[in-house]
Design a protein around this ligand. Sequence first.
Ligand code: SAM
Ligand code: SF4
Length: 479
Amino acid sequence: MSGFDQARALWEASGEAQPSQAKSPRRLFVKSYGCQMNVYDAQRMADLLAPEGYAETAVLEEADLVILNTCHIRERASEKVFSELGKLRVLKAARARAGRETRIVVAGCVAQAEGEEIFRRQRAVDVVVGPQSYHRLPALLRRAESSRAVLDTDFPAESKFDHLAAPGLRQIRKRGVAAFVTAQEGCDKFCTFCVVPYTRGAEVSRPVEEIAAEVARLAAAGVREVCIIGQNVNAYHGETPDGGAASLALLTARLAEVPGIARIRYTTSHPGDMDESLIKAHRDQPHLMPFLHLPVQSGSDSILAAMNRKHNRADYIALVADIRAARPDIALSSDFIVGFPGETDEDFVATLDLIEKIGFANAFSFKYSARPGTPAAALRNQIPDAVKAKRLLRLQDLLDRQRHAFNRQMVGRVLDVLIEKPGRHAGQIAGKSAYLQPVLMEGGLDRIGEIVRVEIVSSGGNSLFGRLLPEEPAQEAPR
Ligand code: SAM
Ligand code: SF4
């Protein structure tokens, strides 16, 4: 019996594998905006509501309960939520005319930041719940049966993780062979542009063994890859069984011991928390994938200081050199903000120059968006939108060229690919390389969950196309 099968057998024997039976056929539709943390939270909300009799649906119109799990990081993200709520009001009224009740919940960071204001702007909303209190959702929904406008945006003393329901085996399998696991939440860094410290609260880490138990459950249901997530995941300092504090490197080493887990990733990291143990882990831990999302935001020292980033350009360059010395083939990714208040043409050119110097395999880039309550929103030297738009285009053009070049250099190589799902065309399957590139090839669905060897034959810019090679023991993460 393989380690993977053993883990599954153990878990099934524990009786935990049976999901709770639905009490009544109520339908739940969850829409998640923003980051991976929200994807994870949305899944946990669905798990929490399954014992209450809610089964998930992908059809909005048939939902008795709609949850918008919102993001407040940029202005457009919250405006999208209010426009969606307008459409939901119409749907709720139409369903009411047909004798069907619909409850609407706003969860996530917009819920936390806007609170009561959501009820004022949209009366069709029943419950507003913040990201630290969504474990109370079943109770809040019960309260909403007798009273209007139920609000919970507390930062409770208890950890929500102590109250969340574990997903059933079937549910985990439906979600796929790669899963997110929250290890850390919140942030104490207070970058001047960012709402996270206000919406998610202070930094907290989950204990090592609590995370390991969650990963063991995922692995027992067939998950092969876990991505450890947190707003500042490399600030992780969860409790060890002997009462000490673990580093992220220690956590990745512990999760590598879970039978069935073949790949480990983590995101998002702050450059200031990239300690020596984590850099060494990239050299020494074969389960740790050679891909690192390490946001720099800007290449200009004066902008980095105004952002309160606590790292400068030289720090970032030196850090990347250390990481590349430990793991030469590591693929780097980053976040960039253009048009931060006071950003001059010279500052912007310094960012382009940093990108040229480092070379990124992937990146996310945004126009600065003033967030109410953050220090940067009060700065007077805001940049006109037209300037931000022009700079963003130029920056993205450079980043796209780097991504395409990174992908093109894979052509002719043999990569290990974790097969995740069917491809877009009949007979096609899709997976991810160790460097997080989507890879498409002809193959059978029975390969889902396997790490296979694929010869890359072409690159389409965003995705790679390959040919499945005959089975051989996979050499994970070629160096
Ligand atoms: N903790 C990570 C770090 O230290 O870089 C970032 C997490 S943040 C949730 C994700 C990204 O959103 C940031 O890296 C930043 O690029 C972008 N972002 C955050 N606030 C923003 C704002 N006010 N305007 C534009 N982009 C923003
Ligand atoms: Fe936001 Fe990241 Fe800065 Fe924290 S470190 S305030 S999450 S950008």
